[in-house]
Design a protein around this ligand. Sequence first.
Ligand code: PHE
Length: 465
Amino acid sequence: MATVRTSIHGYWSSRFAFVLAAAGSAVGLGNIWKFPYMAGENGGGAFVLLYLICIALFGLPVMMSEVLLGRRGRSSPVNTMTTLAAEEKRSRVWRLLGLMGVLAGFLILSYYSVIAGWALAYVLETATGTFSGVSGEQAGEVFDNLISNPRRLLFWHSVFILLTMVVVIRGVNKGLETAVRILMPALFILIIIMIGYAMLHGDFLESLKFLFAPDFSKLSPEVVLKAMGQAFFSLSLGMGAIMMYGSYLPDDASIATTSFQVAIADTLIAILAGLAIFPIVLANGLEAGQGPGLIFNTLPLAFGQMTGGLIFGTLFFILLVFAAWTSAISLIEPAVAWLVEKFSISRFISSIICGLVAWTVGLGTVYSFNSWKKIDVFDGTILEGKSFFDLLDYLTSNIMLPLGGILICIFAAWLMSEKSRRDELKIKYEVAYKLWRFLARYLTPIGVVLIFLHVLGVLEKLNIT
Ligand code: PHE
């Protein structure tokens, strides 16, 4: 028997609308801001290869499992897990998986919004011609001036949280579809134009080598963990965003096909962003491993020199803000929907509360780039020198999301009945179903746990590596 549950928050108008919304969630700062600097910091090719492997082996099975649970539960992740645990006669403790997702969503949004604020500030900088003909050094100064000024950061952070809340208050299925339908292709075309520029004026061949020729001497357990974390972060997995969006998915849509499409689109955009950025970094002798400022220190150089750079540059940062916006909405939607269900309050009140919480936690990140660069209490520990932002990013991407991801797989592939799984997935080809089940049952959970143990040094102590 198929489930008869319905979503009180609405539905996507079609399968395609879900793909767009999920792609809107997946494609964001993770692809354009984070992927390039992570690749740059962690040695290029080897990191990129691991990231791709993690997308295929962990990302896809987790995404399918997450959509599956969401569509079956048809409510916010917390209540979806409560309902499904009861239905499958499992412990109520599974609710905590939903709650961990809500927490991860708040933590991620809190810093995500500050970085999206940088992009907002750059729309203005680019449009007013700040970057016309700048040198690398001058571009660097513009960036340093921005991040060393907490007031400016706070202002743009506040603007971005407000923007996010405006959409969430209206309900995500209104507006989001249309926005993503136009903006995604526009962003794609703009990145292609920038790759064209990079091919003509940057060190394109060197950047191909940097991104695709793996140098395995650069690998360490930490790098493997970061590549895995980046795969989860970039695909929006492990915290309930995709589960939430899955709960609005019409019954007849294929979960496997839609997940595949989202994963391909997301990965493509990340790789293309890398190809647009590294030729410029390498040709101008910029530091590939400089961290979170990478695209803000690099792209203005290109925009400052290319014909029509003022327009392209402005458009690029506007589209980056939009991409971040559609991701931010999905970060907070599970929390907003849950509060609505739990306390029967309006979407308006719920959104305001969630926005305020994320805004407040974001203050920690605002100060991470100026007066509070490192947290002193960690001196002398392995966390020495890390800022509040570094810690949040590390904790969420590398620990909470992968952990959420394997728990989702365990529930979907072990604890649900075979019948519920098949009912929901409706995969035509038996081999494909078996492959998903194998990955979700064994490979993903075991792979992620081994990576955790590797980082903790447990494998080394047992003489396994
Ligand atoms: N995937 C988004 C990005 O790449 C970030 C995100 C993570 C969104 C987790 C939702 C959940 O920018």
